[in-house]
Ligand binder design. Structure first.
Ligand SMILES: Cc1cc2nc3c(=O)[nH]c(=O)nc-3n(C[C@H](O)[C@H](O)[C@H](O)COP(=O)(O)OP(=O)(O)OC[C@H]3O[C@@H](n4cnc5c(N)ncnc54)[C@H](O)[C@@H]3O)c2cc1C
Length: 417
């Protein structure tokens, strides 16, 4: 007697859905992905406008992410690294902080800048040693907020305000540093070991690389799912698709709509960000670094000359500058205020930059006060035949999304025996 092959449906082709698909493919299982958008990637998408590559919101890959190293082909992505450090604008000028292990000369050159006290420099090195020598340090501390952790560690209020609020505020998309200290320690170890990078042709190269190995016909783009029930999903066309195993690989907000009964916990508001892109053919700062708002005045928290990190982000002779704002302020006055701030940072020529496009991303990151520390494949199972994955199931990062996708695939494999 012949047996029917169990059917598997994945809803969403963001990084978690693609990582799930990859693991299922490796296990020899067949599936169909239903993706609402016109391309894969979800929150990791890029547009090409007038020859410039615009990521939908400034974001970076930390090459040390363990799951990303397992899953992605870094050579294929042609990763372009950032300078290991940051330039902080404080009281009218930039102050450079350099990683002494990667840029020892710069670190010595700027060591006497009183912007950072000797005690804070010392604590920075101690913290670095701790995260590098304590395996899975994030699992060894209680669940507390990052700000409390930094204070307890010994950092001064000045350094927390000038550096951590700007740098990690930009990573967490919140400047109160309420995010779990476990997440902070994980990221601190990732930055300390591998810094940050972007693929030469834009962040979209990451999901595109994962999608290359999808079996032909397994991806259905422009196909939003409107409802999910045990054993079946409904598409906007009204078509009902039966599936033995359904993996919901969408953001937390969409999951709360599609599978409200399975969500359990109260949905906390997501974190948002706004990214303005400017172009110019005039000279721009040379260092491939991130420029941060050490004053905390805003609205721009960080800026970057992306074409200095990867020249392919802009046509020859042109430059692409991103200016990132935490939150989603109304756009009316924003461009003018951002220009004023950029002119204060980089000079009057910023008033001549061409504003190419802005992206307002309301649901950029899930609220991350608690870090779900790898519940394993079982954490992915919502009900028999129903699974979840996504950054909100693990941690709010590219790494977390990739892990959660693999775990959901392992849970399906487990159910199939
Ligand atoms: C601006 C920004 C900056 C970031 N910066 C960083 C960073 O520097 N480093 C880092 O590690 N992480 C960063 N992140 C986080 C990281 O991008 C995300 O954690 C990760 O991409 C989430 O992937 P996901 O698969 O969980 O969800 P998503 O990417 O949201 O994927 C969900 C997919 O489901 C699809 N979908 C939604 N509804 C439906 C439906 N009804 N039917 C079918 N399909 C549907 C969506 O179109 C999408 O493709 C950033 C995110 C943003 C937005």
């Amino acid at each position: 007697m012949s047996q029917r092959t169990p059917s598997i449906a994945i809803i969403g082709a963001g990084l978690s859905g693609l990582a799930c698909a990859r693991a299922l493919t490796q296990a020899g299982l067949r599936f169909t992905i239903y993706e609402a958008g016109a391309a894969v990637g979800g929150r990791v998408r890029s547009d090409v406008v007038d020859g410039f590559t615009l990521d939908r919101g400034f974001q970076v890959l930390l090459p040390s992410y363990p799951e990303a190293r397992r899953v992605l082909d870094y050579d294929g992505l042609k990763l372009c690294p950032f300078y290991r450090g940051a330039d902080l604008f404080y009281k009218g000028r930039f102050h450079r902080l350099s990683d002494p292990f990667t840029h020892p000369r710069d670190a010595i050159k700027h060591a006497r800048d009183p912007f950072v006290s000797w005690m804070d420099k010392w604590y920075t090195l101690v913290l670095r040693k701790e995260v590098l020598t304590t395996r899975k340090i994030e699992r060894r501390i209680p669940e507390i907020e990052t700000e409390d952790y930094l204070r307890d560690f010994g950092f001064s209020e000045e350094f927390i305000d000038r550096f951590f609020r700007a740098f990690f505020g930009g990573v967490f998309l919140e400047k109160d540093l309420r995010t779990s200290a476990r997440m902070f320690l994980f990221l601190y170890s990732m930055f300390s070991t591998g810094g940050a990078a972007i693929p030469a042709h834009g962040m979209q190269a990451i999901p595109d690389q994962l999608a290359i190995s999808l079996p032909p016909g397994s991806l259905k783009l422009n196909t939003p799912v409107t409802s999910v029930r045990a054993g079946e999903i409904t598409l906007t066309s009204g078509e009902v698709v039966h599936a033995d195993h359904i993996i919901v690989a969408v953001s937390e907000e969409v999951a709360a709509r599609l599978i409200p009964e399975a969500m359990g916990e109260k949905l906390l508001p997501a974190r948002s960000t706004t990214c303005l892109y400017f172009t110019t053919d005039q000279p721009v700062p040379e260092t491939p670094t991130i420029y941060l708002d050490g004053d905390g005045r805003g609205p721009v928290n960080s800026a970057c000359v992306l074409s200095k990190i990867s020249p392919r982000y802009a046509p020859e002779g042109q430059h692409l500058i991103s200016a990132s704002v935490i939150g989603s302020p109304s756009s009316g006055e924003l461009e003018g205020v951002v220009r004023d701030q950029m002119a204060a940072w980089f000079g009057e020529s910023a008033y001549l930059w061409n504003h190419l496009r802005s992206y307002q991303i309301r649901h950029a990151l899930p609220e991350g006060r608690q870090l779900r520390l790898g519940e394993g494949p079982l954490g992915a199972v919502l009900a028999p035949g129903l699974y979840r994955c996504g950054d909100w199931c693990e941690d709010a990062s590219i790494n977390g999304a990739l892990i959660s996708g693999r775990r959901a695939a392992e849970a399906v494999q487990g159910a199939l025996g």
